[in-house]
Write a protein that binds this ligand. Structure first.
Ligand code: CDP
Length: 244
């Protein structure tokens, strides 16, 4: 299936692309920024996770997966507006816990290296951008998918800190050093598996969040969105911004 022409949104909607490595805080930041601006949040990683989850449901023996087989699972997935997001449903239902589970995390990078799966995700995300102003997060949103996005941000953080934050999110408590070390090693391994597709656009603003609170990083991105708007590239960001 040919991909649509590359560019910002196919209609005249605004796109803010936030990319970066695993657990760099992209999704939670993107969600918050979207809320502030009155945009929809689209998590492209959730689509890679969703197709991996459907493949695991149907074909638990992952060693037998081919690109055709994984791609056939895409038919079970829809991107549906839900509150402040446009999020994947699997056979008509949200399955957030399942798509964040260890089984999916262990196999998602190999699925994400399948080029036709990438084209499928990119097409889904571009369709969402035709209907809404979006804040989209992933690895290659500012390069492969929306090279003309009005604002591009690349979020990085020290691997140990990324691992610590991910564990706090998962465990709901402060992790031990041994737990952080094990998670750091898993993250670094996944970063290596995702290295080809994790690309900082030349016109992206790099933000290192190691020593920032989430609120500070959100404020920076909202301020950048306003600055872009004042430069005339996205004149409607100001008008759409919400308080809080
Ligand atoms: O939240 P986390 O950083 O752990 O990962 P994610 O954003 O949920 O993405 C899950 C996986 O999807 C990544 O490990 C990549 O393999 C893949 N991915 C990708 O290849 N390209 C994207 N634009 C987004 C995710």
């Amino acid at each position: 299936m040919p991909e649509r022409p590359r560019g910002a949104s196919p209609t005249n909607q605004i796109v803010i692309a936030i990319d970066g490595p695993a657990a760099s805080g992209k999704s939670s930041t993107a969600q918050w920024v979207a809320k502030r601006l009155g945009f929809k949040h689209v998590d492209s990683g959730a689509l890679y996770r969703a197709i991996t989850a459907v493949a695991l449901r149907r074909y638990p023996a992952a060693e037998s997966w081919t690109e055709d087989l994984v791609l056939s699972c895409g038919a079970a997935i829809a991107l549906t507006p839900d509150g402040g997001s446009v999020a994947p449903t699997l056979d008509g239902k949200r399955a957030d816990e399942e798509i964040r589970g260890a089984g999916v995390t262990d196999h998602v990078s190999e699925v994400a290296r399948m080029q036709r799966v990438r084209a499928w995700v990119n097409d889904m995300v571009r369709r969402a951008s035709a209907s809404f102003d979006i804040v989209v997060d992933g690895r290659d949103m500012g390069t492969a998918v929306f090279p003309n996005a009005q604002l591009k941000v690349f979020l990085v953080a020290d691997p140990w800190e990324r691992a610590r934050r991910r564990l706090v999110q998962q465990l709901g408590r402060g992790p031990t050093d041994d737990e952080i070390a094990a998670e750091t090693s898993r993250l670094v391994h996944r970063d290596a598996g995702d290295a080809t597709q994790t690309v900082q656009a030349v016109d992206a603003v790099l933000i290192d969040t190691t020593y920032l609170t989430q609120e500070q990083q959100v404020e920076r991105i909202v301020a950048l969105a306003r600055a872009v708007s004042h430069r005339g590239n996205a004149s409607s960001v100001d008008g759409r911004e919400k308080q809080g």
